[in-house]
Design a protein around this ligand. Structure first.
Ligand code: ZN
Length: 617
């Protein structure tokens, strides 16, 4: 300290004449006499700074403190102004941001602050940027240099600016971000952390996206519209136009999430240029929800769900459906079934008309053709299940065509079973036997074909409906078990069509195959029968022996892939045999199919009037 005093004393001696004059004039000052005695340009600067910023003279040790620090080069002009602006005395003045800027401009440049600059810095201060940034900026101006030159003082600048002051525009952005997303202003510490975060290259879009799913944000109960508005403010620096908002509503109405809209906003070129202005990295919104990854599919499922259940699906529900469909487009059938199984759907589609209208619209994109709707209404009214009807509707090529519009390849490439066999039962139905056979088939999902006579159709409705619901086939076995070779062509036609009409009137479906009684046919029959004639390759003679073991042996000893097995659902012994035959065939690797399925698996195009005995390879 003594060296300081000595140095100062030497200076005093050299300038004593000037100082004495001034000190006499400033007689009331509380300046220590030695310093006061040396009043020079540095002292004047200290006083000038105090007068301007604090509206008072330096007090007590303040003179000596600032004088020595400036003289020793510990403090520059900018440094002193910075420290005064952070002093208690300055804050006790309760200056407004505008007053602070005005005073600092005055002390540093001797001038007024331009209006635009004032506004810019007021917005910085409002958003948590410190005055140090302003002092740092002004310290680089020529006006400050000339003021300092006037006092022969080193101008200097403000070192070690905090992150929030290094990029004040970014700090303003973070202030907006906090206001929009958290409904409050950031603390100085948060402002520094966040500014630093983005200055280090963290991406803006994914950050905003993370915020929108954070509990801090979601707990505020913000609507999707508010989120979109906030994202527009932050990413584009403006409100969404009415046109944009309409577009956003449209896509969200089709089931996508806010993320999808955020991506639309982020793809606006003004987001990139705004980030370039702020010197931060825009980044991209990451679409992670299944429903956001395939817009066409999501729109379709959203429409489907809304149409079939009367309400829009929840986001997670939609995600699940889109995932299922992406993995297996043909699962659309089970997706539709799941939606139709919801209580909401059962309620709004309680009537068969409403159900069919909705399903046709969703499946084919248009109102149902009257002919089709009539046939499905017949089926439903007699107890054919909606699920079975849906299978029929979805088997229509129009369904696959419509689904392909949504990018869904719904065609099911059926896995061809290694070995197939068709069990066929003639002359029924007969409740006691037919139901037992169905009981046996059902747990295995096994199918069979029932060649029924037309005169029994209405007496054994339940058997036919149940068989149909199980996926079994109903074939035509003439009206009243007439040997067709004994009657005229017209009579053949009537035997067949009366039966077809009876089956249609019950199930809504015309039979696709017939079996001639006794296996008898000739040219007249072929020309008038109008359906493929299905004969057999294994005759169990169950009607003759009435012996279960005989039937079992006939089948299991002779069966080959592609066989058509003849039985009759009139005899208990047959039903008993079937209870052994079905599991035995399945154990041997056979799939039990209908005649139509057999033809499909064996690539046989069934022709009307043509006899088929088997479809062995
Ligand atoms: Zn028969």
């Amino acid at each position: 300290m003594s060296r300081h005093k000595h140095g100062v004393f030497g200076y005093i001696i050299r300038t004593i004449g000037v100082i004495l004059t001034v000190s006499v004039l400033a007689g009331t000052c509380l300046v220590p006499s030695r310093v006061r005695a040396q009043k020079d340009l540095t002292v004047e600067f200290v006083e000038y700074a105090f007068h301007t910023l604090l509206e008072k003279d330096p007090e007590g040790e303040q003179y000596g403190f600032w004088y020595r620090n400036i003289k020793d080069g510990n403090t520059t002009a900018a440094g002193m102004i910075e420290m005064l602006s952070e002093s208690e005395e300055f804050s006790e003045k309760n200056y407004s941001p505008e007053q602070k800027l005005t005073l600092l401009t005055k002390v540093m440049t001797g001038k007024e602050l331009a209006e635009a600059e004032k506004e810019r810095y007021i917005s910085y201060l409002d958003n948590g940027v410190s005055l140090r940034r302003f002092i740092s900026d002004v310290s680089k101006s020529p006006e400050f240099a000339s003021v300092c030159a006037q006092y022969k003082i080193t101008p200097g600048t403000v070192d070690d600016l905090e992150p929030r002051d290094l990029n004040p525009e970014l700090a303003v952005f973070i202030g907006e971000l906090f206001t929009e997303m958290y409904g409050r202003s950031p603390s100085a510490k948060e402002l520094n952390v966040w500014t630093q975060y983005f200055r280090e290259g963290k991406q803006v879009a994914p950050t905003l996206q993370q915020i929108t799913v954070s509990s801090d944000y979601t707990s505020r109960g913000v609507s999707d519209d508010q989120t979109i508005t906030s994202l527009c403010h932050l990413m584009l620096g403006r409100d969404a136009t009415a046109e944009e908002m309409g577009k956003y509503h449209e896509v969200m109405g089709n089931g996508v999430s806010v993320d999808y809209v955020a991506q639309m906003i982020a793809s606006d070129p003004s987001f990139a240029s705004r980030c370039a202005d702020l010197d931060i990295v825009p980044g991209e919104i990451n679409l992670t929800q299944a429903r956001d990854l395939n817009y066409e599919m999501t729109s379709f499922l959203n429409h489907l769900y809304s149409r079939l259940s009367g309400k829009a699906p929840a986001g997670e529900e939609l995600n699940n459906f889109v995932r299922r469909l992406s993995e297996d487009p043909s699962s659309i059938r089970s997706v539709i079934w799941d939606v139709l199984s919801t209580p909401e759907s059962r309620e709004i589609l309680a009537s068969d008309d409403d159900f069919l209208n909705a399903v046709f619209e969703v499946f084919y994109g248009h109102e149902p053709e009257q002919e089709k709707i009539t046939s499905y209404k017949i089926a439903l009214s007699h107890g054919i299940t909606r699920e079975r009807v849906l299978i029929s509707i979805a088997n229509d090529p129009a369904f696959d065509a419509k689904m392909s519009e949504y990018g869904l390849d719904t065609h099911i490439e059926k896995e061809v079973p290694k070995k197939v066999v068709a069990l066929t039962f003639d002359d029924g139905p007969y409740t006691d036997v037919t139901m037992r056979i169905l009981d046996t088939l059902e747990p295995y999902g096994a199918h069979a074909t029932f060649f029924v006579t037309g005169d029994r159709v209405n007496r054994y409705k339940d058997c036919i409906i149940r068989a149909t619901n199980m996926g079994c086939e109903v074939g035509n076995h003439t009206w009243n078990h007439t040997t067709l070779t004994r009657i005229s062509g017209d009579a053949v036609h009537k035997q067949i069509w009366d039966t077809c009409d009876a089956i249609y009137a019950l199930t809504g479906t015309y039979p696709k195959v017939m079996r001639p009684v006794g296996g008898s046919y000739n040219t007249t029959v072929s020309e008038n029968v109008g359906l493929p004639m299905i004969l057999w390759s294994i005759d169990t003679n169950d009607w003759k022996y009435r012996d279960s073991q005989h039937v079992i042996d006939e089948v299991l000893n002779n069966v080959r892939d592609g066989d058509i097995i003849l039985m009759h659902d009139l005899y208990d012994t047959t039903a008993t045999a079937v209870e052994t035959i079905v599991p035995a065939l399945i154990d041997s690797g056979y799939t039990l199919v209908t005649i139509s399925e057999l033809a499909e698996y064996k690539n046989v195009q069934l022709e009307n009037g043509k006899p088929y005995f088997s479809m062995r390879g």
